[in-house]
Design a protein around this ligand. Sequence first.
Ligand code: LIP
Length: 264
Amino acid sequence: MSLETDLLALAVDIACEAGQLAHRRRSEGVAIAATKSALADIVTEADREVEELIRARLAAERPDDGFLGEESGAERGTSDITWVVDPIDGTVNYAYGIPVYAVSIAAVTGEPDPESWDAVAGAVFAPGLGEMFTAARGEGALLGRERLRVHDHDGPTGALVATGFGYDPATHEGDLARLARVMPLARDVRRLGAASVDLSYVAAGRLDAYFERGLNPWDHAAGGLIVQEAGGRFGGPGGRRPSTTMTIAAAPALFQQIERALAR
Ligand code: LIP
């Protein structure tokens, strides 16, 4: 076993336990614990409880590693590994009882900085859908045991494109204007509401492309690796890293078409 496959095995094991907890709490009824950046940006008690479980499991198994979680923040480690965690990605879906949500766990190497780290293992577990997407750097991407490959769509139109909109209503006009610029490339649009699932679906060929402004590192750290290991391109415009400015995922030719459309 390599370091990457060891880290992935741990990510999968913890994502399974965390996902089962999230699914159980959902069936018991969800309490909104607080709102964050905007009225629509909620956190549930389950978000906090699931992240606590993940953090405790990682601390027990790999005490020297760093951690960056959506709900409990960052803690620098002494090893070269940092775990980047979204305990429940798709929180609004989760609160409304829509099963499109996932536990997203990624292991990255290098400085704990999204501008320079290298994702080496990622697991996206959607318990409401019964699907585990995984990737280890250099080992390919899987849905369960099925190897994934992006849909190599390169036509001038006809792509199935997913996107998302930020929680702040003040950003919606700009987001809709960007979507309008991409629409000539699309047969239709999907708005799934969980970036890690959007990215995993690009890797699985269920979507041709996904782009979204405003994503945080924990939204895409695992899903971005899964896209790359499925033969897709993942990043920001102009060869930049994915960031809150823009995140794009697609087969290389379509990535370039979307990048150009967004730049108009
Ligand atoms: C969500 C993303 C989604 C985006 C939402 C939110 P959260 O993450 O997965 O793609 O449109 O605004 O950022 O907050 O549910 O972890």
